[in-house]
Design a protein around this ligand. Structure first.
Ligand code: CP3
Length: 325
């Protein structure tokens, strides 16, 4: 995730001329930014340049993305009445530019293209809190005080993301990733009751597409077995749980993605190398490990470190790499 971004001067140059949502809404710009990291290093897949809030902004809420802060919703969703302001997403009519960017990219790319969406809980958190939150307290308050409104909110987000992800595959995406970045804020009981049913429905509805489905979260150590039950084929793990421990928690019959700490890439190369080799050692050559950072690339990351990292992982996994699709 966030393979493109501020660590690349060519990305910053585009962002000087356009707001991030403008980039997302212009197929040629979105395609160009998607390609930028691939011109710098031979990664094995491209991730579409967009943002998790792009489809939500088309569903009846005003969203902007503030640099250094994240998504902001001035008129948040806090009640059953507010939930009614959201309409179900019609991807072809309301976010055609995303599908056009995918079509453009498929003509240019030599590696698989990953489409994505936010997961309902993470999207709900931005909608209910009105912006990034450390505690997610208003979101949890809604979930516990008005479970009916919560279910309706999760339902509309779940259906909309299911349609959005399907439309991305129909446009040419060859794998899908669902980002539940803030699910780790929940205890396993609340995750089980208030989030898992929607995730099961979401992944269940995509199963017929026959593309790899990646389920990503941050701080989800205690939720991993429940995430496995949600039904994706690949579970993303951050750096807080050693890879082999996380893999055992989800079961060796599903694939795992991760899990180098992104801040490790700010350190001198010798320490990046050591940590990357630790991840590979823990994967132990089992089939079904997607090497990745445990979260997005940080803006201050030297491009050269990422280039060396890609080369190192390629060197050490030579002859064993395969595309899960
Ligand atoms: O990886 C890629 O190249 C694809 C692009 C991508 C972006 N956002 C572009 C972006 C992806 C996959 C996302 C997903 C996303 N957006 C998530 C889920 C993954 C994760 O990181 O947990 C979340 C939670 C968001 C919401 C969001 N958008 C945040 C928290 C921020 C960062 C705010 C900041 O300035 O630190 C954004 C802005 C954003 N979206 C950037 C990028 C490259 C930052 C650069 C910019 O503002 O131009």
């Amino acid at each position: 995730m966030r393979q493109a971004g501020r660590y690349l001067p060519e990305y910053r140059a585009i962002r000087e001329t356009a707001d991030i949502l403008e980039v997302c809404r212009a197929p040629d710009l979105a395609a160009e930014v998607t390609m930028q990291p691939l011109r710098r290093m031979p990664v094995d897949a491209a991730i579409l340049f967009s943002d998790i809030m792009v489809p939500v902004a088309a569903m009846g809420v005003d969203v902007r993305i503030e640099a250094g802060r994240g998504p902001v919703v001035d008129d948040p969703i806090r009640s059953a009445t507010d939930v009614r302001r959201l309409h179900s997403l019609q991807p072809e009519a309301e976010v055609p530019f995303v599908l056009e960017a995918i079509a453009l990219l498929r003509k240019e790319l030599e590696v698989p293209l990953i489409g994505f969406s936010g997961a309902p809980f993470t999207l709900a958190s931005y909608l209910v809190e009105g912006g990034p939150s450390r505690t997610h307290e208003r979101t949890k308050a809604l979930m516990h005080s008005d479970p009916e409104a919560w279910d309706r909110l999760m339902g509309i987000l779940g259906h909309s993301m299911a349609r959005y992800l399907r439309a991305q595959v129909e446009a040419g995406a060859q794998a899908l990733q669902v980002f539940d970045s803030w699910a780790g804020a929940l205890d396993p009981d609340d995750y089980f009751l208030f989030v898992l049913p929607t995730m099961r429905e979401l992944f269940g509805s995509l199963a017929d597409l026959d593309v790899p489905l990646i389920h990503f979260g941050v701080g989800t150590g205690e939720l991993l077995p429940l995430m496995r039950d949600a039904g994706a084929s690949v579970i993303g793990v951050d750096w807080r749980v050693p890879l082999h421990v996380a893999w055992e928690r989800v079961g060796f019959d599903v694939a795992v993605q991760g899990n180098l700490d992104p801040t490790a890439c700010l350190a001198p190369w010798a320490s990046v190398e050591k940590k990357a080799l630790t991840v590979l050692r823990r994967a132990a050559g089992r089939p079904g490990h997607v090497f990745n950072l445990g979260h997005g690339v940080l803006p201050g990351t030297p491009v050269e470190t990422l280039q060396r990292l890609v080369d190192l992982v390629h060197e050490r996994t030579e002859g064993t790499r395969e595309w899960a699709g």
